[in-house]
Design a protein around this ligand. Sequence first.
Ligand SMILES: *[C@@H]1O[C@H](CO)[C@@H](O)[C@H](O)[C@H]1NC(C)=O
Ligand SMILES: *[C@@H]1O[C@H](CO)[C@@H](O)[C@H](O)[C@H]1NC(C)=O
Ligand SMILES: *[C@@H]1O[C@H](CO)[C@@H](O)[C@H](O)[C@H]1NC(C)=O
Ligand SMILES: *[C@@H]1O[C@H](CO)[C@@H](O)[C@H](O)[C@H]1NC(C)=O
Ligand SMILES: *[C@@H]1O[C@H](CO)[C@@H](O)[C@H](O)[C@H]1NC(C)=O
Ligand SMILES: *[C@@H]1O[C@H](CO)[C@@H](O)[C@H](O)[C@H]1NC(C)=O
Ligand SMILES: *[C@@H]1O[C@H](CO)[C@@H](O)[C@H](O)[C@H]1NC(C)=O
Length: 915
Amino acid sequence: MDEIRIKFKACLLLVVLIQISSAAAQQAPTDPNDAAALNSFKLMWKNRPPNWENSDPCVGGWVGVTCNNSQVISIKLSSMGLEGQLSGDIGALTELQTLDLSYNRGLNGPLPAEAIGSLKKLSNLILVGCSFSGRIPSTIGDLEELVFLSLNSNSFTGEIPPSIGKLSKLYWLDIADNKLSGTIPVSSSSTPGLDMLLHAKHFHFGKNQLSGTIPPQLFSSNMSLIHLLFDNNRLSGSIPSTLGLLEKLEVLRLDRNLLSGSVPSDLNNLKNIGDLHLSNNLLKGPMPNLTGVDSITYLDLSNNSFTTSDIPQWILTLQSLTTLVMENTQLEGPLPQALFGIPQLQTLLKDNPICHESVYDQPPAPYCTPQRYTSSYSTKAENCTAVSCLSDQKLSPTCKCSYPYKGILYFRSPSFSDLFNTSYYGSLENKLKETFQNCALPVDSVSLSSPRKDSDNYLDLDLEVFPYGAERFNQSGVLNIGFVLSNQTFKPPQIFGPFFFMGSPYEFFLESSSSSKNSVSLGVVIGAAVGGLVLLLALLFAGYLAFYQKKRADRVIEQNNKSFSSWDHNSSGNIPQLKGARWFSFEELNKCTNNFSEANAIGSGGYGKVYRGILSSGQLVAIKRAQQGSMQGGVEFKTEIELLSRVHHRNLVGLVGFCFQQREQMLVYEYIPNGTLKESLSGKSGVRLDWARRLRVALGSARGLAYLHEHANPSIIHRDIKSTNILLDDRLNAKVADFGLSKLMGDTEKDHITTQVKGTMGYLDPEYYMSQMLTEKSDVYSFGVLLLELITAKKPLERGKHIVREVRISIDKTKDLYGLHQLLDPAIGLGTSLKGFEKYVDLAMSCTEETGADRPIMSEVVKEIENIMQFAGLNPNADSASTSGSHSGGHSKHPYNNESFDFSGTCPPHKVEPQ
Ligand SMILES: *[C@@H]1O[C@H](CO)[C@@H](O)[C@H](O)[C@H]1NC(C)=O
Ligand SMILES: *[C@@H]1O[C@H](CO)[C@@H](O)[C@H](O)[C@H]1NC(C)=O
Ligand SMILES: *[C@@H]1O[C@H](CO)[C@@H](O)[C@H](O)[C@H]1NC(C)=O
Ligand SMILES: *[C@@H]1O[C@H](CO)[C@@H](O)[C@H](O)[C@H]1NC(C)=O
Ligand SMILES: *[C@@H]1O[C@H](CO)[C@@H](O)[C@H](O)[C@H]1NC(C)=O
Ligand SMILES: *[C@@H]1O[C@H](CO)[C@@H](O)[C@H](O)[C@H]1NC(C)=O
Ligand SMILES: *[C@@H]1O[C@H](CO)[C@@H](O)[C@H](O)[C@H]1NC(C)=O
């Protein structure tokens, strides 16, 4: 017994020790040298990720930076919109294994030669699509661990450093699309050369200004090359016969050079060659005899000066050919009938004498017309009905509106030419989706469009990647997608051949407060690990803060008084009675919405527009701004401030503050990330509402309303309950919003108030409409309509049909689900068991009784929904996250982490605590 106990204790101790040590291992402060290097980038780079403001890179979890044992091992910052230079400080990162700065066009200047040479652990150097210039430093040859080197699409000049030949582990070498000149270096007794790269599978050298001959020594049978791309250079001389030694070669592009002489017969040894491009050179002699090269699918011999000949008979033996391009190659004589027997062959013989003769029976037209270079293909959206997106958003193939990450995929040698065969694109889409999924990236779907052949004979395709469970990607999302494409984790179907991707800049908003919360909690962990000293400092700091807060509070109260005096000058009456809400100046709100930019607009209504903003504290807010100059709604405005500042309930939207200045009326609310219930029901927000979630939304809304009616003092009638006034937070917790039309129940008018009828058609209580007598039961009626909208996802009033009546006349109590199947929203999960559904319909019917007296009060409604939930096996008091979790797709616990904001200024500290 004792022994067991001791063991148990030892075990516990061990667990504690392991936890402490692992916490320390992951979160010890960054090595000072590494920290200094990153801090120098922070100073030099524009548009670095906002969370780089945290003091320590490893502890603070800087976006794009990965650490191991306090040292930086990887930096991935593709598509961040970075601007600046790569300074020599990079050399301090001695443990760095991966550096990916791709798709930042604003990164320029030369690479720091000495510093690059000291990155002894570097295995992946990826700088695709930036604006780096100057020479490729020869110190790159010192990076013994390098396996992946992509410098393509920059402005590098000078020669290819021969030292690259020393990179014995290199498997990927892409230096295409630069301004490199000089010859291709091969080794001699004293210098290294590219012929030494025996493990390299990819030489992508296209689109440069390389000159001289292709050295015969470059190739040997010991090499592993599968893709050899020398296209678009100024290479001259003849094609070396040693090329025939590259038995594994699949793609060879020598086109668009100045190559001359005749084609060596050794090319026939390329048993695995699929794509062969020799076009647009000065090749002479007989047309090459490719008898026996059976794997070839794409052959382009165009625009050379071969001796005049008939169509060679060997072409008829190549049964895998999909594309034969022989424009302007001096072909004459009849087209052999057998040519038409090759499956899938697209033959392009334009500009040959053959096209001007009429000696054959088969009309040559389809083979002599120019290739079609563009197609209007675009990934089809599934049946999206009635989804309309904000003007700057895009509709995803899964019918969601969001801001996709965009770019262009460039395929350097696809082995097909029929751009109109859509089955190719489908396979590419599937492969992309599968890759993003396997990499656990927050991707909802992808869309491809506008396939086109460009002047380099590359196939270009526009790619859009849509975010999962949010409108936008955050920085991590984008840089991880960028990396999957820049480091070739993504491998397209083989038919597409070698590719590269060019990401477009992505418009980020700032990180949401959740990330700053993360860093705070990390900070706490460190505090515990490092111990007393930090605690002491923290206490001192807290003392300072308390003092500072007090001063600030005094100042704010002063400001409030100031604003109240301005209130007096307006038509809307007395100073609002505020509890806990604060006054904001116009300038503050202007700053934190980036001048009320369109990008930050999240909604609009009769009242005006709603904008997102972020306070300097990191808190996200929704700012409701009355239409400029309009004093309409001034009374509602004041009512809403007073009401909202007084009521605090988890099912009511909280008011943070307001602005009443310069003919501006603005209300600052807590930000509710999932949008309105209406959006969720229409499928627009990407939230799936199953039966359980709908019950929870109903319960939350009912509780909020019950609080207003029965617990607020004086009680409040909402007067405009509808699906656009129910907001859903990130745990699908319902929050009742928009109190602009609310009425206080004064003591003298205990039961009803007579008032001008306001509200929204379809939700409006008929009794109130007829009598103009407003009671709490009017809200109950609207709530009943909302209950019906929740299960049907239909507008309450559509083509003259009112939902209450429609349901009432359709109910057949003898049938399953009261026979209402036809009316229900299919997304509710019609195949699944909707336990409690009939009770729910009964409740909705009693809420929408003709006379108010027959309707229940809200607390009874709450109780009944709780009963229904229990009946359905759900816990009405559980946190809604337990059933709403799956809409995050398991990628992240907080699907709205990547809610982020366009934010260029800072707001002053906000918030006076409620009294
Ligand atoms: C982190 O460092 C430890 C110890 O040096 C090493 O064993 C481990 O492989 C490293 N992890 C990575 C991802 O480099
Ligand atoms: C190629 O490999 C063979 C043996 O596999 C070896 O004898 C020869 O030296 C190698 N050639 C080169 C150029 O490395
Ligand atoms: C092409 O090569 C094959 C095999 O090497 C040979 O049988 C054939 O006669 C050649 N054709 C021409 C036109 O030279
Ligand atoms: C052949 O050359 C002409 C004229 O330069 C050009 O327009 C055409 O695109 C070239 N054909 C191919 C297949 O490269
Ligand atoms: C889209 O609509 C078509 C025709 O109405 C239908 O055949 C197809 O199954 C629908 N697709 C989806 C994914 O609902
Ligand atoms: C489209 O391409 C696929 C795959 O190569 C092929 O099986 C199919 O026959 C092609 N369809 C047409 C209409 O050419
Ligand atoms: C790309 O990155 C992934 C993840 O780090 C890695 O597994 C893969 O080996 C990398 N690819 C290359 C070609 O280096």
